[in-house]
Design a protein around this ligand. Structure first.
Ligand code: G6P
Length: 371
């Protein structure tokens, strides 16, 4: 069994380390002669051009990847995007028609709520596009188009490499829509794709300091709770970091959009409470960076133990960071692909330090095929 785990203590660590390959394999082959192509395409270019609204539906970690799709697709295409938990979407009366594109994201391709959400969408004549890690699973079979994530089989119940692969796939959909609608010039689409192609190397760089994240996990293991703060694309990263901690370490963990801090969460801050903050790049939108910086100062002043993920060379955060993780500089929209990695490792290490089975957390299943 040790050999299967590639010499690691648990599969999840091996799968975390496979992320550069998972992302690269997911992107590969999707730029052909300067154009983005999907895997299975039963939609015409005209169908894609006609899309005037996108719904993204998913559960769990796949839902967090879908939150990022909203930022990317709206930014690149100006098409309104709604992201919704599949289990909510399917029991509402969502407003759909044949020019709506529903993106169903599912690692297994078998999650009951996501499958039913997709059927609900099809009944209303919407086009459906699946992102799936399992060839020929039910969700891609019932979809009009598919992008497969090529993360390989994932043994750990908590999703890691399939999450980052899903984010990459979401961004490919955003680029395919931008291309079809002409909201980006062909050379801009190629440039965005190339920026994505550079991500596996950046992830590999983050993995070099994995030891640091493991050590921090050990230190944080006795904590009662951990809070996560993020803004813009850092918010879904915070949500995913908190979910990993709940799943693996059975720890109370909650994520907040940093702008909501003053609307409640700040009351939770007490001496020594670990708070993980995802800092945006100082080279991106200055307002995002300065807002987060003042959020860190506010929580630090109230005694929080701050764990800060920030771009290498961002010295502004250093005075307020009890622990500083440096991330390689990448474009703002792509930062989640690097920022999520240390959070996965921290959660796994806290679980291990607490003596839990990292690969098989209690009460959870790899795919939830019952409702
Ligand atoms: C379960 C798994 C999660 C996963 C979720 C959605 O809860 O434990 O890791 O994110 O299902 O699964 P799917 O296969 O649809 O992506």
């Amino acid at each position: 069994a040790a050999a299967e785990k590639g010499g690691h203590d648990y599969f999840m660590l091996k799968e975390i380390e496979e992320q550069p390959t998972a992302i690269a394999d997911t992107l590969r082959g999707h730029l052909v002669e300067g154009r983005i192509v999907l895997d299975e395409q039963r939609l015409t270019d005209q169908d894609l051009r006609d899309v005037d609204k996108v719904f993204v539906v998913a559960c769990g970690t796949a839902y967090h990847s879908g939150l990022l799709a909203k930022y990317a697709i709206e930014h690149w295409t100006r098409i309104p995007v709604e992201i919704e938990l599949a289990s909510e979407f399917r029991y509402r009366d969502p407003v759909l028609d044949r020019s709506t594109l529903v993106v169903a994201i599912s690692q297994s391709g078998e999650t009951a709520d996501t499958l039913e959400a997709l059927r609900h969408a099809k009944e209303q004549k919407a086009r459906v596009l699946a992102i799936c890690n399992t060839n020929g699973a039910q969700i891609p079979r019932e979809s009009d188009a598919v992008i497969y994530t090529h993360a390989g089989p994932e043994i750990g119940v908590a999703a890691t490499k399939t999450f980052t692969a899903q984010v990459a796939a979401n961004y490919l959909i955003g680029l395919a829509l931008a291309q079809a609608r002409g909201t980006k010039y062909p050379d801009e689409v190629v440039r965005e794709y190339e920026a994505l192609e550079a991500i596996p190397a950046a992830v590999a760089e983050v993995l070099e300091s994995l030891g640091e994240a493991r050590a921090l996990g050990q230190e944080l293991a006795p904590s009662k709770a951990v809070l996560f703060l993020g803004r813009h694309v850092g918010y879904p990263v915070a949500l995913e970091g908190a979910l990993k901690l709940k799943e693996l370490a059975y720890m109370h963990a909650e994520a907040f959009a940093a702008g909501e801090l003053k609307h409640g969460p700040i009351a939770l801050i007490e001496d020594g409470l670990p708070v993980v903050v995802v800092m945006p790049s100082p080279k991106g939108r200055a307002v995002l960076h300065s807002k987060l910086l003042s959020n860190i100062q506010e929580i630090k002043a109230r005694g929080a133990r701050t764990v800060v993920l920030a771009e290498t060379g961002d010295e502004t955060v250093r005075p307020f960071a009890d622990h500083l993780f440096e991330l390689p500089a990448v474009p703002t929209l792509l930062q989640p692909l690097v920022a999520t990695i240390p959070l996965q490792v921290i959660a796994a290490e806290i679980a291990r330090a607490r003596g839990y089975d990292v690969d098989k957390p209690r009460n959870l299943a790899k795919s939830v095929t019952v409702e």
